[in-house]
Design a protein around this ligand. Structure first.
Ligand code: 5CA
Ligand code: ZN
Length: 409
């Protein structure tokens, strides 16, 4: 699949710092020091509805990761998937009487437009579940042949007991895992499973649903977790730097994915850090496609909201916080954008070398975007009040905000 066009990332003087990031698996902050090429996998959308502010907030967090790494003069190898076949997508298509492939293509196209407008850097490999099937089948066969997977009435399940590290991403107890599994695509109550938590790797063909050739597995379609593992291992290999997504993916998705990969390769860990963004709510409840309490990025854009203001609204919350989208959040971002633009449109100004370092330091410390905004706010206020005679300053501030925060002034 093609991704979307990259916006320019201006080079800044000097060099950024290595990223310290909160890792769900070790439950603490670790400093990542990748080689010349940093490797990141971020879970993509299930394209049955348009990109909402919650999605955008999560992708914003991982866009900041890339920008911090690029500023350390590293290259970034970024992979993202599109879950373009799965139960919720098929159910929505059926409900609305439309073709599931058309629905997926339309919503993926809209996602690309939203990501482009928000200046999110694109992945180098943007891979759909359907196009990954030929790589998924041999992995499931290998797991089965190694005794890490078993068949149940034409479906194939992964045995969570085959990974000694199972539980090491989310650290939840069995009861919490069972509840979340039932809530998030699992089937803990299906009779015949070895362990209620075992997730499906391959679903045998169902009447009226799409299916693909699965070699010795028979016709069917892939499970959700093996989809991301196959794509990540194919393009990044084991031991990549970050596995990213919203906090609702820690269990079961990232827990199961890590176990699949570890059982397949015998190596540990799949990712050096498991990084999770907080959930954005609307009217007191998590924004979610299934509940329908959504603010769409495309709807805001159509209403004339500058994408740079949407981006500033996302940046005004720490990525790990759960927060609530309100009109006031957006209004504050619109006002901030206006102040920042006024400040950099002056022909000269206050020297900004210290500001570049402040923004760098804030982001390198677990992506503290609110602290970065506060640093820019301080420069902007002094600049608007007193100004200065450094002709390079406004340009340097614009480039810093663009390169590190993805905001075009
Ligand atoms: N296709 C799978 C991942 S492989 C999936 O979870 N798709 S999704 O469309 O449901 O979500 C895409 C990303 O947005 C995930 O990282 C998810 O955790 C995140 N996300 C979903 N809802 C919210 C929300 N309300 N706030 C923040 N992030 C969210
Ligand atoms: Zn995923």
């Amino acid at each position: 699949m093609h991704a979307w066009p990259a916006s320019d990332v201006p080079a800044l003087p000097g060099k950024g710092r290595d990223l310290e990031i909160h890792d769900t698996a070790t439950q603490g902050t670790i400093t990542l020091a990748p080689g010349p090429v940093a490797r990141i996998y971020v879970c993509g959308i299930t394209p049955y509805d348009a990109t909402h502010i919650g999605h955008a907030a999560t992708y914003n967090a991982f866009d900041l990761v890339q920008r911090v790494w690029l500023d350390t003069k590293r290259q970034v190898h970024y992979v993202q998937n599109v879950t373009d076949v799965d139960d919720p997508l098929l159910e929505r298509a059926l409900r609305d009487g439309q073709d599931w492939t058309e629905l997926a293509e339309r919503e993926t196209a809209l996602f690309r437009e939203d990501m482009t407008a928000l200046r999110m850097l694109p992945p180098q490999h943007y891979i759909g579940a359907v196009e990954a099937i030929p790589g998924i089948v041999p992995l499931v066969e290998r797991l089965r042949d190694a005794g890490a997977a078993y068949e149940l009435e034409g479906d194939v399940y992964f045995s969570v007991e085959s990974d000694p590290h199972f539980g090491g991403v989310s650290h939840l107890d069995a009861e919490a895992m069972r509840l979340l599994s039932a809530e998030r695509g699992g089937d803990p109550d299906r009779p015949g499973k070895k362990n209620p938590l075992d997730p499906m790797l391959w679903m045998g063909a169902r009447e009226g649903e799409p299916s693909w050739d699965g070699g010795s597995l028979g016709r069917g379609r892939p499970g959700w977790h093996i989809e991301c593992v196959a794509i990540a291992l194919d393009h990044l290999g084991m031991g990549f730097d970050i596995q990213g997504g919203g906090s609702d993916l820690a269990f079961p998705h990232h827990e199961m994915g890590a176990s699949h990969a570890q059982a397949l390769t015998g190596e540990f860990p799949m990712a050096k850090a498991y990084v999770h963004a907080g959930m954005v709510a609307l009217h007191g409840e998590k924004m979610s496609k299934s509940k329908g309490n959504l603010v769409f990025v495309s709807a805001l854009r159509r209403a004339g909201v500058d994408p740079a203001a949407i981006r500033l609204a996302l940046l005004s919350h720490h990525y790990r916080a759960d927060w609530e989208w309100t009109d006031a959040v957006l209004a504050e971002a619109v006002a901030r954008l206006e102040r920042w633009r006024a400040a950099v449109s002056r022909p000269d100004g206050l020297p900004a070398d210290a500001l570049v370092e402040e923004v760098r330091a804030a982001l390198a410390k677990d992506l503290d975007a609110p602290a970065a905004l506060a640093a820019v706010d301080r420069w902007v206020e002094l600049q608007l009040a007193d100004g200065g005679d450094d002709e390079a300053a406004p340009g340097l501030v614009s480039r810093t905000v663009d390169a590190l925060l993805g905001v075009a002034l």
